[in-house]
Design a binder for this molecule. Structure first.
Ligand code: ACO
Length: 324
């Protein structure tokens, strides 16, 4: 087929919701001060969801996948490719994709993870699109699932208030009518240090410091520039203009970065899909979570043109333009 197209979306949020005031109460006994006002003004975040102990990225991802399959009118048996974007896998190996495949009660189709931190979902749908257009797959599940609460340093107020847990999924199918129109992906490893979890497993122990570290201002400065360049590139590749965009669905990290991206594309803020207020930053899950919420609330309609933009650790970034 000439194209791949999204035929269903789904998502999962763990039930435990923490408001900013809940975070204030959690951090106060450690002598760490924060406030609802600081968090809202700097980030736009009002609440996030944290998974309970014993819940893994695969559980949330499988749940989101089931919802996406339902929406597409398919069952897991119809799927011939599973790609999972995550930086918080259940295990060092095997992949979370293999674990999700088993939780969906199927076997046989290829399943693998893509690791590009918060850009993971735009990377993963680009890979799925390429495999569908080459004829390697016809019906793919692409899932972003993250459990960043396990990586947070609750002694660092500059990062621990920013992230949340959740999952989103899409079904992508071979199609003769346009779906994914263009993609533009990048990485620059010289920026590893500005956003990382500097640890690994060695001799049965965690070694290094496997907790999230971020230079927020460096990330902020880089994010706004690279996102706009990627968005311009996909518009150019697709032969479209910024006025053709019906909805901008950026990675949900910070409302100010997102509004900056909309402004650079000359889009009114009504065209910006925002879930960071209720979800926090869910890394590779944030774009499919936001997409699913926008579809289910009736804002994103069949035929709309969507600009997806991801940016995150690596440094990685990219954009995808698609007709929904
Ligand atoms: N509560 C209260 N005060 C705080 C908190 C907090 N949670 N965190 C920091 N502060 C204080 C700082 O200590 C500092 O105090 P000081 O002036 O007395 O030194 C003050 O607030 C300002 O700190 P800055 O770091 O300058 O705040 P800034 O306006 O840069 O906002 C933020 C910080 C929100 C992290 C911002 O830099 C940002 O959004 N960066 C981008 C981060 C991002 O989007 N990352 C994710 C993208 S990639 C991915 O998703 C993995």
């Amino acid at each position: 087929s000439a194209y791949s197209r999204i035929t269903g979306t789904g998502s999962h949020l763990p039930p435990r919701r923490l408001t900013n005031d809940d975070m204030v109460a959690m951090l106060a006994p450690k002598g760490i001060e924060t406030s609802d006002q600081w968090i809202i003004e700097r980030t736009g975040i009002r609440a996030r969801h944290f998974a309970d102990d014993g819940v893994f990225a695969s559980d949330m991802g499988a749940d989101a996948a089931r919802a996406a399959l339902d929406a597409a009118g398919l069952t897991a048996k119809d799927i011939d490719l599973i790609i999972v974007a995550t930086s918080t896998p259940d295990m060092v190996f095997p992949s979370t994709a293999a674990i999700i495949q088993h939780k969906l009660g199927v076997a046989g189709c290829p399943a693998f993870d893509v690791q590009a931190v918060c850009s993971g979902f735009v990377y993963a749908i680009t890979v799925a699109d390429a495999m569908i257009r080459s004829g390697t797959a016809r019906k793919a599940l692409v899932i972003g699932t993250e459990i960043f609460s396990r990586l947070l340093d609750f002694n660092d107020r500059t990062t621990c208030v920013l992230f949340g847990d959740g999952a989103g999924a899409v079904v992508m199918e071979a199609s003769d009518t346009p779906g994914l129109l263009a993609s533009d992906l990048h990485a620059d490893g010289k920026h590893v240090g500005i956003l990382c979890v500097p640890g690994h497993v060695s001799g049965g122990q965690a070694s290094g410091q496997p907790l999230l570290k971020m230079d927020g201002q460096a990330v902020f400065r880089l994010a706004v520039t690279v996102l706009d360049r990627a968005a311009r590139n996909v518009l150019h590749k697709a032969g479209r203009a910024d006025t053709d965009i019906d909805w901008l669905i950026p990675h949900q990290a910070n409302i100010r970065i997102m509004q900056g991206a909309a402004k650079k594309l000359h889009l009114p803020l009504e065209k910006l899909i925002v879930t960071v207020d209720e979800h926090g930053n869910t890394s590779a899950a944030s774009i499919p979570l936001a997409l699913d919420h926008a579809v289910r609330s009736g804002r994103v309609q069949r035929g709309d043109t969507l600009m997806l933009e991801g940016v995150g650790g690596g440094f990685t970034w990219g954009a995808v333009l698609l007709d929904y």
